[in-house]
Write a protein that binds this ligand. Sequence first.
Ligand code: GTP
Ligand code: SPV
Ligand code: MN
Length: 601
Amino acid sequence: MANTTNKKVLEFVQSRVDLCKPDEVVWITGEEAQYEALTKEAISTGEMIELNQKTLPGCLLHRTKPNDVARVEGRTFICSRKEEDCGPTNNWWKPSEAYAKLESILDGAYKGRTMYVIPFSMGPVGGPISKVGIEITDSIYVVLNMRIMTRVGNDVLKALGDSNDFVRGTHAKCDVDPEERYICQFPEDNAIISVNSAYGGNVLLGKKCFALRIASYQGKNEMWMAEHMLILGIEKPNKETVYMCAAFPSACGKTNLAMLIPPEGYRKNGYKVFTVGDDIAWIKKGPDGRLYAINPENGFFGVAPGTNSKSNFNALESTRKNTIFTNVALNPETNEVWWEALEKDAADKKKPAFLIDWTGKDWTPETVDAEGKPVKAAHPNSRFTAPAKNCPCISPEFENGAGVPISAIIFGGRRPSTVPLVYQARSWENGVFIGSIMGSETTAAATGAVGVVRRDPMAMRPFCGYHMGDYFQHWLDMGKSVDVDKQPKFFNVNWFRVDEDGNFIWPGFGDNMRVLDWMLKRIAGEVDAVETPIGFVPKAEDINIEGLDDFSIDTLKGILKVDKDAWNVEADGIKEFYKSFGDKLPKELAKQADDLKARLK
Ligand code: GTP
Ligand code: SPV
Ligand code: MN
């Protein structure tokens, strides 16, 4: 039964009933008993596997079809009315044609099934930056995940009242047919339709589809920003907390940085890191003229492989109860989960000798594929869905709907060479330039080749809901709307420089605190820096490497170096990339590219 009299909501839901023809309609209320019943049902049908309830209380495992393990960028469409509003980084589909095709797929898609109506809020319910969505789905997996990732239920409908300001999301699993899989955003209609997938970012419509693709478009029109960014707070020994946002592409270290544990020396001196968000930030100007950020999500959909008590203690802790695991391995003896590098070192005795892999097959450390290559027990993009409140370092400001004031914006990606460990932009405009030229090696978070460097502006290439050239202009406009002394400082980082043998040079993870510390000092005006053609690089002695074994100041100097030849190649690549935006490229950025080239002469 609907717990709302909102005509627009009721109309939308009725339109889905008429189209998808479910046997039954269930409104998700937010009540505990309803979840328990749904969980039981999903366990009884095999959709979910109940894990060891002593060691992993409330935890479930889910396996997707092997053809459905990551976002599908090639099948993701921005269905703006005009093609020129979609831009060269997105796939465009004419709305009338997209609707016709999708409605033919949705026609009767819920026959013999139950339709779930999920009212959800991105951001604290009723908060000044928050927004509401309604997702229709035929998947209990989606319901249970949305319950962790967003705020759901009757409270949301109450907060929405009679307003028409909500996003309409329709999801149908259908046959999980990869040839008929479509993830479509209709920015002008506030609508999302996703069919033939049952995996994470394709179907949890509050996440990438709404909170980035639709929200980025809303933000452009309403003068705020939706970004693929973590938000963290660093409490200094004087108890002041400085907040930073960081945009890294998928599987490039946001969750890890957001939950960082500082090295011992910092902890002793009273530094603490708090997590506000690990994937998405909504940023708006506050009453005092500074920029404030909220995390619109309520949980973490994090990469499992590589997560262990050493690399990310806080993330691992977050997954110890009420968590859904997707495509990890199962230890049938203990009924617990496993993934590659769950042990912090090879000597760890817990490494299992026998598992059920993510596809449901028997697995041992000796298992190889047809070509004789070792088989991974967990899929490289296997994930955990964990409630934010489980996180030991969740920020006390997490539920503050007004957000936290941002002092720094950090960009970064996986670059084996060229890009130094850290550098600072000269200004907001130069910062936007640095974000716009971001490049990174592709990862398993999306289907396609892995390890190829591609341009990924602001880590938003797969997530910007409109023309990337207009998006750059919006960034410039946001900067102009904030007084210079209130603007966050911009930095770029690269944890992923490798040596001749392909090993990472910088220790990374908790030791990234050493780089954040330099940023804190730059923000406070406590250290100067070396001006280079690309921006301000630290003096090596200003990065604290005390307590780092086998890491010399010469090694540090090596990864701080700005190689002019390599950057000349980079600058040419940028100009090439910029050409794809045609006359939508803001002239300020074209000038930034020219200036860089001139400084490199
Ligand atoms: P999405 O959820 O896909 O947006 O990913 P993310 O940006 O949150 O990435 P995450 O923190 O899950 O890290 C992805 C991978 O990068 C993991 O395998 C980590 O082990 C690795 N990683 C994270 N931080 C570092 C680092 O500082 N150095 C190195 N070498 N690897 C890192
Ligand atoms: C990403 O790919 O950036 C993710 C995972 O955070 S997904 O929700 O699948 O998009
Ligand atoms: Mn992400």
